[in-house]
Design a protein around this ligand. Sequence first.
Ligand code: ADP
Ligand code: ASP
Ligand code: MG
Length: 438
Amino acid sequence: MKVLKFGGTSVGSPQRMQDVSKLITADGQSKIVVLSAMSGTTNTLVEISDYLYKKNPEGANTIINQLEQKYIKHVADLYHTEEARQKTLKFMHEEFDYLRSFTKVHFTSFEEKVILAQGEIISTNMVTNYLKECGINALLINALDIIRTDKNAEPDLNYIKEKTTKALEANPGYQIYITQGFICRNAYGEIDNLLRGGSDYTACLVGAAIQAEEIQIWTDIDGMHNNDPRFVEHTEPVRQLYFEEAAELAYFGAKILHPTCIQPAKFANVPVRLLNTMDPAAPGTIINNDFQRGTIKAVAARDGNICIQINSSRMLLAYGFLRKVFEIFETYKTSIDMVCTSEVGVSVTIDNRNHLQDIVNELKKYGTVAVEEDMCIICIVGDLASDNVGFEAKASQALSDIPVRMISYGGSEHNISFVVKAEDKKCTLQALSNTLFN
Ligand code: ADP
Ligand code: ASP
Ligand code: MG
């Protein structure tokens, strides 16, 4: 069985929901379909939560009512029969009454997660009702019953496997099994989510759990491009990526994939195909276990990094210095992304600033500390193995006019990373595209 995931734009209007329904039923094969919320809805739910945090229930109510009007119109446009319309309208009224009920409670981060979950709950109900209206044998499986995280907020793979398998076994014979992306329960049974963009993660978790034939991520572009199309002109789709290459690109900012979604697919060795809902015949990108030698695949960029440099003559010829430095980050549960060392100093990047001040205070015991915020990690992915001579030189040549703060090379066979200031991100990406791909 295949697992297909459709993102926010792919289900962003009644017309798109109808197109997706046609696409998933055309071959008559049974499949699992993971859906995001309609595009813009999760952002609106974040805005509603924001008003509630700020203790402004009127502000929240205004946005809830506007969103409700939008969905009432969507219901009118999506269905052909009065029966399906009335059924979905009843569901919609209950949903929005439920959202309004939060304007009367003491608001916590738990309520926020519940509010954010409603986008996917609404979209999956709309599409399931539409499929049924079209005579398709469709079943909605509640993601809150099958997707759970553990005490470390990591997906609980055994639980997901057991629950997904049981849900399918208990309901055989359906053509389409629909479920919500993004939403889950945590180790305590509370409603939670897999972070923004998390529907990709759900699809890969479900695909790995059932050892799917293939996981397909359907979005608004024809696969992974060789550079970020939001910042660079003339990017091209990459036809094939090795799991590790795709994982690095996702982690380092290629927004088409959730940062950690490739891991479960990689471990289960289930290929992931990226496809374009707006152009279903386009070949897209296949991500699998084949590693193509000698090619540079793509460039990606991740914002919001902080560089911390610790300089100390005590590091010279000393052992144990790095351990002491890294222990400070461990104490504050802050993970380090990049590391560069010299005889008298070490530079690291982090993206979590929650304990920045505490970390800096502690580091000062060991040396002089300098912090630079708003840094961007630029990552080039491909075959960096030794026979691919000259690749680093090409990359460095592209960056000859750009002040580079850190370079990391050799940590993996697939990635070379540069740290530049956020203001230099666009020109760095363009320069790399011009030199590496054009
Ligand atoms: P969805 O809502 O379907 O999950 P996303 O907006 O999360 O879609 O991801 C698709 C978007 O990712 C594209 O529209 C594109 O702007 C952006 N993107 C960023 N980097 C890349 C890349 N390297 N290749 C393709 N798309 C990319
Ligand atoms: N709806 C969620 C978001 O906007 C999850 C997703 O689209 O993948 O982040
Ligand atoms: Mg996405």
